[in-house]
Design a protein around this ligand. Structure first.
Ligand code: GZL
Ligand code: ZN
Length: 357
């Protein structure tokens, strides 16, 4: 679009110049016109997967705040409503519009090869954000920015293991269900694997894995059916906060209480994301006992990648965002995983107030 925008602008200039008798009435007008020509925008087509969660809203805000006209960008935003077909259509539209860059937040990992090949054939760089794409040829995208989802799952499972050791809870007394995210999304694949491997290793009773599609409504529906199926659930692993909100509603409507005191009949809720206000406030109230953060602020990172590409340099192919683990419980203060040390952030209102999302 940058290219054709410049051509159109120059054409308008010529018409203007001829119609004004070949010159401009004032220096100021010429400067204004000059400004228009130089005011080239980098046009970015962003295919966002949906608006299913607080995390997704924060992610969208971060991208919109980065790609403003003040910063020299024109952002074309398309919401895929959690359907891959909508995202593929959006990418094809961006190609027709001759955008300068395509940014894709893919709903699931597979099924992108054909449309990314079309973008490559059109000479438009593609940057993947958040979840990963599983393509036959990784030259089909230029860069990826996101989270290590399996590490998030491993951190959460390690937190639970430390908790059971400190509280002297037998591994076989952990009766856990997993309300999974959208099946096939990298966040679901990684978080599910992190728990499943730990359950096997530690001897936990992982009774069910059912998708809640990262939404509050589905999370509640799934929790209601799990409570009917099992009378001994004492840990609920939710693959995002919005599912956790739904699960907590179902648990409370069933006359039970969520909290860390599983020895006294409370149902412990574990979750991912950590978007304030609601989720982090739930941790302060011990309605959610532990959250593995998932950082949604990809806007500045993608902007830096585009600026690097514009300057002709080659940014890292894969860049991971840093993420914490939060709990109000003082029982577990740090984790060590594969030789790496992670401090648990013991959550306070001040910490929540200082967070930017
Ligand atoms: C994770 C992201 C997930 C969030 C959910 O990076 O893909 O999708 O954890 C969101 O809240 O729906
Ligand atoms: Zn430390």
């Amino acid at each position: 679009m940058k290219k054709s925008l410049a051509i159109i602008t120059i054409l308008i200039l010529c018409i203007l110049a001829i119609s004004c008798g070949g010159s401009f009435s004032s220096k100021e007008e010429a400067a204004n016109v000059e400004e228009t020509v130089s005011n080239e925008y980098i046009v970015v087509g962003f295919s966002q997967l949906g608006a299913e969660s607080d995390w997704r809203s924060a992610n969208t805000e971060s991208m919109k705040a980065a790609f403003t006209t003040e910063n020299g960008y024109k952002l074309i935003f398309e919401d895929g409503q959690q359907k891959q077909t909508n995202q593929i259509t959006a990418i094809r539209t961006f190609i027709q519009q001759e955008v300068d860059y395509i940014v894709l937040a893919p709903v699931t990992e597979t099924g992108w090869d054909t449309v990314l090949q079309e973008a490559k054939d059109a000479g438009i760089p593609v940057i993947i954000v958040d979840r990963m794409v599983d393509v036959s040829d990784d030259s089909l995208f230029t860069c990826w920015v996101g989270s290590d989802f399996e590490l998030e799952g491993k951190k959460m499972a390690e937190w639970l293991k430390q908790y059971t050791l400190k509280e002297k809870i037998e591994p076989s007394d952990i009766h856990i269900v997993n309300i999974q995210g959208t099946i096939g999304a990298s966040a679901q694949i990684g978080r599910t694997k992190g728990l499943a491997d730990a359950a096997t290793e530690n001897g936990w009773d992982l009774m069910a894995e059912v998708t809640g599609d990262f939404t509050q409504a589905k999370g509640k529906e799934v929790m209601e059916s799990l409570l009917k199926r099992y009378d001994n659930i004492n840990v609920v692993y939710c693959e995002n906060d919005n599912e956790a909100f739904g699960a907590i509603e179902a648990i409370e409507e069933a006359g039970k209480k969520t909290g860390s005191d599983i020895a006294n009949g409370e149902i412990m809720v574990l979750s991912f994301d950590g978007v304030k206000e609601d989720a982090m406030n739930y941790v302060l109230q011990d309605k959610i006992t532990c959250i593995a953060e998932c950082n949604p602020l990809h806007g500045p990172r993608v902007k830096a990648i585009i600026e690097a590409l514009e300057a002709g340099s080659t940014p890292e192919k894969y860049s991971y965002v840093d993420e914490e683990i939060y709990s109000a419980s003082e029982v577990v203060k740090n984790l060590s995983l594969d030789g790496t040390h992670y401090d648990v952030t013991i959550l306070t209102q001040d910490i929540i107030d200082q967070r930017s999302y």
